[in-house]
Design a protein around this ligand. Sequence first.
Ligand SMILES: CC(C)(COP(=O)(O)OP(=O)(O)OC[C@H]1O[C@@H](n2cnc3c(N)ncnc32)[C@H](O)[C@@H]1OP(=O)(O)O)[C@@H](O)C(=O)NCCC(=O)NCCS
Length: 194
Amino acid sequence: MLKKFKGLNQFFHLAQNKVNLTFSPFVVTIDKQVLQVMQASDDDIPNLLMLEQKVYSGYMPWDELSFRTELNKKKNTLYLVVYHVSTLIAFIGVRFRSREAHITNIAVAPEFQHQHVGTFLMQLMIERARQNGSECVSLEVRVDNELAQKFYQLLGFEATFIRKNYYQDIATDALNMVLWLKPHQVNKRKKLKF
Ligand SMILES: CC(C)(COP(=O)(O)OP(=O)(O)OC[C@H]1O[C@@H](n2cnc3c(N)ncnc32)[C@H](O)[C@@H]1OP(=O)(O)O)[C@@H](O)C(=O)NCCC(=O)NCCS
């Protein structure tokens, strides 16, 4: 295809509001660990469940059906897994809405936490959201998960509002956090102070 038509093609792609969900697997070294990053498939579900169990000490917010449903929303969801040799050590999921990229899930195996794997995955998805023209990246985090909130704040996320009883099975509220990628109007009534 001629170069000028390639540009046009990109314009039509954005005009149709289609998000780019293609992903080529790659190998990356983070804190001296060689890791493989790839798109998740149904085959990863047993490993995802095992990792979730380890990360949340037995409590499993997502069951097999939740993972299977999310992984098969091929039109607007990008789900990545990270392997160290043959062990799943991290994952992240994002759902692209019309103007917003929503992080649905992220976890890093306890023995790999605090080694910048989480930051790497978040930055990868934030960059993808930027490329897809998202105005913001949003997420929910348990109000009592202060470590994760600090982690998101370091990435530039701001606390916005509380979703009451969001995690119904454990009767816990969620804090909604947003990272703005484009200029926006702040809703002062909703913005929370910490
Ligand atoms: C939250 C989570 C994804 C962060 O991933 P990670 O790979 O450990 O994070 P990083 O190493 O990139 O940390 C970046 C910064 O966040 C902060 N941070 C992350 N984990 C922390 C911890 N356990 N204790 C204190 N600070 C922490 C630190 O400031 C860190 O920067 P530094 O290492 O330069 O001091 C990971 O800890 C995790 O899986 N937690 C359990 C599951 C969870 O809570 N998921 C979020 C649900 S909303």
